[in-house]
Design a protein around this ligand. Structure first.
Ligand code: UTP
Length: 298
């Protein structure tokens, strides 16, 4: 019998986004625009193209705009239809996608690992994708990495598959960093993890491969999250739970993002500005004139 595929995505969106203050004082960072869409819409569209159908958002205070965004706004649809604004109506097509949305709350902001753990009662005993709501993969989210990760998860009977991206050595301090197992894996697109380290110094980093916001997990990750002690700032680190999973003999695989499927992290101003520029420059209607404007300004 073919393996049942994975169609559930957990999307943590409960973080306070303090690095983007004052922008995020009263609006979720996951709703910030990148080009024409809010970040979290790209995340859902990317995952839907990879076969995900059920979306469980882990939300928190001040995040209701996310729920509203994925609702069907019948009044708005009606008024656009009545005034013949068909082209604008097309922009709302995502509302009608055959997807199901669920919401649970992270009642205390105790970090990403804790946010994932908050999804456990709803996820139950099935494997799932976890996708950070503040990161887009690939220009206009045209990435199939999650589909490939799900395939590897089943083919290798893994406990977890994690996307990684090579970063400059000075940036390793911001991410979970892979310690790849150097023995041949039989597939050049996948490597086995011997370990993972949260935010190492460049001197201590075992590689320059940084966790890139997409994961496939077996529900066994919840057991490890429950046993993970809070680390820096009282937060439960997902990286620590993954390290526990590796140490307990679990099969944890890494999959590097190809250059065409780069990660756009909007969690700090530097990468948010870069992401907005690239998406605006790639806009089919305004990209050309924006690029000319930028050249003139420089
Ligand atoms: P970050 O690691 O960027 O944390 O979150 P943050 O708290 O949002 O941001 P800063 O550091 O205050 O600027 C990565 C993803 O994990 C979610 C965030 O919403 C974001 O999508 N997250 C983070 C949670 O859901 N809960 C948390 O406690 C922390």
């Amino acid at each position: 019998m073919p393996e049942a595929t994975i169609d559930l995505a957990v999307v943590p969106v409960a973080g306070r986004g303090t690095r983007l203050l004052p922008l995020t004082k009263s609006q979720p960072k996951e709703m910030l625009p990148v080009g024409r869409k809010p970040v979290v819409q790209y995340v859902v569209e990317e995952l839907a193209r990879c076969g995900l159908r059920r979306f469980l958002f882990v939300t928190g205070p001040g995040k209701t705009a996310i729920e509203n965004h994925f609702d069907i706004d019948a009044e708005l649809v009606e008024s656009l239809r009545e005034s013949g604004k068909e082209e604008l109506l097309r922009e709302l097509a995502f509302e009608r996608a055959e997807l199901d949305y669920f919401y649970t709350r992270q009642r205390r902001q105790l970090g990403l690992g804790h946010a994932i753990l908050c999804s456990a009662p709803a996820v139950g005993n099935e494997p799932f994708v976890a996708a950070l709501g503040d990161s887009i993969i690939g220009i206009h989210a045209q990435s199939q990495i999650v589909r490939r990760m799900i395939e590897a998860f089943h083919a290798r009977q893994a406990d977890a598959v994690i996307a990684f991206e090579a970063v400059p050595p000075e940036d390793v301090v911001h991410y979970g960093i892979a310690q790849p197992d150097r023995s041949p894996s039989g597939d050049e697109n996948v490597f086995r993890l011997a370990g993972i380290v949260e935010k190492p110094s460049p001197a201590e980093a075992p590689s320059n491969l940084a966790v890139a916001a997409r994961y496939v997990f077996s529900p066994v990750i919840f057991d490890h999250l429950r046993e993970t002690e809070p680390g820096k700032g009282g937060e439960i680190q997902l990286t620590d739970a993954i390290q526990r999973l590796i140490q307990s003999g679990g099969t944890v695989l890494g999959m590097p993002l190809p250059p065409a499927e780069r990660r756009f992290d909007i969690g700090n101003f530097e990468s948010y500005f870069k992401a907005f520029l690239e998406f605006a420059f790639a806009d089919p209607e305004y990209g050309g004139q924006l690029r000319r404007l930028a050249k003139g300004l420089l």
